[in-house]
Write a protein that binds this ligand. Structure first.
Ligand code: BGC
Length: 344
């Protein structure tokens, strides 16, 4: 197992950015940059042993700085939407940037995807880790509390990339961290992802209004395009005549994962038959935003990648029936998601 560091670029403020390459004995390779905590590539074999990248990325740092699709990025302080960019804690109202009008999305104007993280590395016989740390100061992007966040990316010899998120605050705050990788297991990004098979271990979704803000109900997937309880081709119902599908321009919804009382468990599995590649996603989170890249355009075509963003439900700070996203002083926020790659 090795981890190598190389210079990747320089930010407009003159900060040098590095690219870390984590590699295991099977030739699996993960590149991560300390700008935005961005996973730049994940190279894994297909069933013939050909190693190819399976996540969308850009070539250069300026593209990441100027891009608006959050490719591969660490998302914080709050993944997903907060209605009208407002929430309250202890009767005090906080206001966030409306960077996805009329809502706040993925941490605001300069979220964790656009900051420089401090990087250290560690390794042992069976794994290599990149440890990224970022101190977000009190009221940065409108969020209360100095939030000290550590994200540890670990690649092991079983072809699993594990992401551990940890954070603590000195004032009561809210938090919802995730990763925004777009997967395309074909390894050829000219192909869309509609032919991938997917299973999501969820009996319900969080329906939304036209602004993609939850209505507050949790609705069964039965007899809807959202039923991925058994493996289904992503493209099968993606353009179905269904109000929720129309609101999302395809899939852009949060699934209410089963077995929330368990810790880390298998929550979703994707399979690309032609390449034989399999992706299993494990997480301790209550939800997963399945987003089919409906708004990708330019460098990457529409629906050429899908995201499985493990997280709490959208707009949780304003939805009192949803699992809490409050982080109190003295508590440690902990969340874990693993992506395991194999072939069949
Ligand atoms: C959201 C989409 C949004 C995308 C931006 C996803 O997490 O659910 O609505 O367009 O991020 O890349």
């Amino acid at each position: 197992m090795t981890i190598n560091k190389s210079k990747y670029g320089t930010t407009p403020d003159g900060i040098s950015i590095d690219c870390f390459t984590l590699k295991n004995k099977n030739g699996v390779e993960v590149e991560i940059i300390n700008y935005g905590g961005i996973i730049k590539s994940i190279k894994v074999p297909n069933k013939k042993g050909v190693i190819e990248n399976v996540v969308l990325g850009y070539d250069s740092l300026p593209q990441y700085i100027n891009g608006d699709s959050y490719l591969g990025a660490t998302i914080g302080r709050f993944g997903n939407r907060i209605a009208n960019g407002k929430f309250s804690l202890d009767d005090k109202e906080y206001t966030l940037a409306l960077n996805n009008a009329p809502n706040s999305l993925h941490g605001g104007d300069k979220g964790f995807d656009n900051v420089v993280w401090n990087a250290t590395t560690k390794s042992d016989e069976n794994s290599v880790s990149l440890v990224l740390n970022y101190l977000s100061i009190d009221m940065e992007e409108g969020f209360p509390g100095n939030l000290n966040t550590t994200v540890t990316f670990t690649l092991n010899s079983e072809n699993t990339l594990d992401i551990l998120y940890e954070a603590s605050t000195d004032k009561k705050t809210i938090i919802n961290l995730t990763n925004h990788s777009y997967f395309n297991l074909s390894g050829d990004f000219k192909n869309d992802i509609l032919d991938h098979k997917l299973q999501i271990r969820a009996d319900k979704i969080v329906p939304v209004n036209k602004n993609l803000i939850p209505t507050g109900e949790l609705v069964s997937v039965e007899n809807t395009p959202f039923d991925f309880r058994s493996f289904k081709i992503i493209g099968a119902d993606i353009d179905a005549d269904n109000q929720q599908i129309k609101f999302g321009f395809g899939y852009d919804h949060c699934w209410v994962l089963n077995n929330q009382n368990e810790d880390v468990r298998l929550i979703a599995e994707a399979y690309h038959e032609e390449s034989g590649r399999v992706l299993e996603v494990f997480s301790d989170e209550p939800g997963v935003q399945f987003y089919t890249g409906n708004h990708l355009n330019g460098t990457h075509g529409k629906r050429t990648g899908f995201c499985l963003e493990t997280q709490h439900y959208p707009d949780s700070p304003n939805q009192l029936n949803f699992p809490s996203v409050v982080l109190n002083v003295g508590e440690t926020y902990k969340s874990r998601t693993s992506y395991k790659f194999s072939v069949k």
